[in-house]
Design a protein around this ligand. Sequence first.
Ligand SMILES: Nc1ncnc2c1ncn2[C@@H]1O[C@H](COP(=O)(O)OP(=O)(O)OP(=O)(O)O)[C@@H](O)[C@H]1O
Ligand SMILES: [Mg+2]
Length: 346
Amino acid sequence: MFGMKILRDVFSDAVALDLGTVNTLAAIKGRGIVLREPSAVAVSTGEEREIVEIGSKAMLMLGRTPGQLAVNYPMRDGVISDMELMEAMIRYCIREALGRKAGPMGIRLALCFPLCVSDIERRALMEAAKNAGAREITVLNEALAAAIGAGLPVTAPIGHMVVDMGGGTTDAAVVVLGGIAAHKSVRVGGTHIDKAIVDFVEKEYCLSIGERTAEQVKMTIGSALMGGEEHMQLRGRNMESGLPESIVVSQGEISYAIKNQIKEIVNAVKDTLADTPPELAGDIYTTGITLTGGGACLDGIAELISRETGMGVRVAEDPENCVVKGALMALDMGEDSGLCHEAVSA
Ligand SMILES: Nc1ncnc2c1ncn2[C@@H]1O[C@H](COP(=O)(O)OP(=O)(O)OP(=O)(O)O)[C@@H](O)[C@H]1O
Ligand SMILES: [Mg+2]
């Protein structure tokens, strides 16, 4: 048995997938992160729906789609909105990541999902992964994977807190002994912050801007803190005249526009701390809070959470890569580490 396992581990391909709302990442044992694509699929909208492009190529069509094409997202707010597209995404990622046919022993796959994915969806996704050549599938909790990828000693008897700030959801979790002791997930993430900026500019300036422009504004002058003094010029379409127009927004305005979303994120962290057993809460006082996910790059977010909770807060190295890196590491640690949420052999 043991010899078989070693053989299998050597001759099979270990692949980890992070299927996010905004970004899909794949990592391969021995090669690291090999794929990073927007979680988007372009489909034809004629009588028979057909998948035309996936990932960045699909994204290029966004906003410029001719009549017969639409760009769809398999995942919204941390929930799979379209199973067929999600399956296509999984197949595409495995194929692209590997760049060749699977080895003689097949693929060992780690899939990361938010906790809110239902059992039925989970099974359907595993089926899709099997069809794409996965022989053994490990389904991992995203928060746990994020903690591992951030380098936290998750199997230690000391509590650590991780907050994964994604595009669709924010997941706060206290990890200890390889498991999760307290957890809160809210459907507020980067895409909701973008939407708040779109709404603000519409309301205040009667200017219609795209979500990608809003995201640019967020990344350039967006801040979780008030009091910034930068400015940025942006272009859109005047909603009355219908003509292109350019305006200048201030950092203060953007902070104001996104303050409700920021507040919900901070509250999720506070609620998780409040649900944490006292001993572990004491641990976190020493070990601090680690931020992962693209949202961790938002200016001032670590400082704000620290100020609001009284805990030390740090942003993980390469926050956007933590989940996929952690999933790959969990595959390596194997079933015996007690880290796997669910492991199924195909
Ligand atoms: N510098 C930045 N400032 C603010 N937000 C940023 C920055 N860089 C990336 N983001 C945001 O991070 C989000 C993407 O993060 P990530 O890739 O972790 O999400 P995801 O895994 O796809 O989503 P989820 O985990 O919710 O399914 C996007 O909304 C993006 O706008
Ligand atoms: Mg994510």
